[in-house]
Design a protein around this ligand. Sequence first.
Ligand code: NAP
Length: 290
Amino acid sequence: MRGLSEPPVYGTAMLPAGCYAGQVVMITGGGTGLGRAMALEFARLGARIAIASRKPEHREAGVAAMQEVGAEAVGVALDVRHADQVAAALDEIEAAIGPVDVLINNAAGNFPVPAERLTPNGWRAVVDIVLTGSFLCSLEFAKRRIAAGAPGAILNILATYIDGGAPGHAHSAAAKAGVANMTETLAVEWAPDGIRVNAIAPGLFPHDDHAPAMRARRPDGYEAEWTRIPALRVGRTRELGWAATYLCSPYAAFMTGHILVLDGGDRLNRSIRSPLFVPIREQLPATTAP
Ligand code: NAP
């Protein structure tokens, strides 16, 4: 068994050089993990990058990574849950590197927990970051683009459990499903204004910044999960970079309201007989970390 082939090596260009020259791309949570990987591909194609998140060390790491590939980049303090901070962040980016042309709603919070142990605060935190945060950033971005008579692109980062839910992730799955639905609504509302709204639903993409609570659930490491995926491999973060830059580019000018699943067939994985049913509270006993 060989599985699906590996993608081209990191650094291979998919779009023409300079495709994003003169454009400003804002990516929430762009200092770590998948956000940084996607931001890097925009940077390599000539975009000026704004990394927006809460922690200075994340923003600094993101900005440094963009500068390493020769891009202009700024870090902006932002908690996406607060509308006033979102407006201030867009003002700050505009003053530093120009008005935002492309918005990537990538910031998220998540931790596995059986629903009956999920506190109201835990629920609110995840739903506020993922669903409300994506809406607040989209709204502020679109209002500015519409007022300026300028086109724009929004890309929402989902997860494959937007369909079918996810035991242990009631908060995140509900929030991501909400963002998927919002992607479709806003795509129609804002198409007349030249603003496209698309999304990517990533499967499993290992990176060095996985939160400890998520890492603890994969004791053999993320790479070892390849045996569970029809592709017989996990995702490579550069694959997300190519997908994100395509979806926001002029080459996807007629595409809006689309959700691109990039998961090596994982969400379609079925057996002739279902796997043994193990209740989530047995998979996540109360004695373990959240
Ligand atoms: P990650 O490394 O944990 O990144 C999350 C980012 O969100 C961090 O940079 C964090 O920065 C930022 N963030 C969190 N709360 C925020 C807030 N309130 N305001 C602003 N920024 C905030 O996660 P990841 O694995 O790269 O995931 C990136 C996206 O892909 C997420 O939307 C995730 O749901 C999705 N995804 C990932 C996978 C995967 O295999 N990795 C699979 C499916 C979907 P600060 O701490 O500095 O705020």
